[in-house]
Design a protein around this ligand. Sequence first.
Ligand SMILES: *Cc1c(COP(=O)(O)O)cnc(C)c1O
Length: 349
Amino acid sequence: MGTGQLTIDLDAIAANWTALDAASGSGTETGAVVKANGYGLGAARVARALAHAGARRFFVAHAEEGATIRNALGRGPEIYVFSGHMRGDTDMLNDLDLIPMINSIDQLTRHIEALPQAPFGIQLDTGMNRLGMEPGEWMALRDVAVPRNPRLIMSHLASADEPESPQNRAQAKLFRELTAGCGIPRSLSATGGILLGPDFHFELTRPGIGLYGGRPFTEARAVAQLDLPVIQSGTVLAGETVGYNATWQAEVDTPTATVQSGYADGILRALTNKGSLWADGVECPILGRVSMDSVVADISGLERVPHELSLLCPEQGVDAVADDAGTIGYEILTSLGSRYARRYAGRAG
Ligand SMILES: *Cc1c(COP(=O)(O)O)cnc(C)c1O
């Protein structure tokens, strides 16, 4: 038996894309970010579902991820690579028709020398100080880059999930100044930026987390369900403890169930004595430390021992788990383990 079943609703992903496309406005195209194996949910199936929904431009973190998407989608859709043109990427970019988002003068030089006819995009740093050309660097290169017709100029918002942050407007203003008169399609917003409104949409948006059911797109349909088989049940007697280092002690006799998944499957150890599993709409608190391959839950709220307990289910989405673990939905999704049996539901993929 596997360590659990991860069910991925491709129709929900397609519906979330359609909703974010509508929110991006009629004059704006909507791409799709499928980096990190489609936020942990399976890049090939996810990308096909998104292409089916209407996405034509896809974004990945590096060239190898782009290769997976190209194999899944065939020729046609554009695939952009956030890390740009790294040493060693040239053949893959060229053979698979991937578009590097150039983020430095070194990369621009490398690209023009190695693949003078190949398309590219430009990534600008408007305040995140993570990736992209600094404003001064870009102004020096603009007259070299723009005549070569980049497919896209993009930047990334640092605080888009905080609508009140003045950083959002400051970045949008700088982006507008840096790209004025270029005549090249621009993209600033991921999921959070789409929700900030039309001033942030430009010609293309690039949602990721919202497609997969995560905040800040609170109206998203849930995408992932994770059911974990119960491998043992019993009663922990008053005074006994559960798990490594005995961090939980029973005050009364407590019926428990042990599921066959643990932190090696992405059930973060931070859920120790904090998170919950669910069955039949009943919350079953996690008792003691999350182990590598197992978790113990309090099933005293249930009438009988269930066949499985769920970590992700209608009652508990990725953000609720993230809150319990002190992290964000992105980390919950991208941590989902490789040992789960994955089942894809819906017709979209
Ligand atoms: C991850 C990422 C996105 C998608 O962001 P979400 O918050 O998941 O919508 C868009 N652009 C860049 C540059 C990214 O790194």
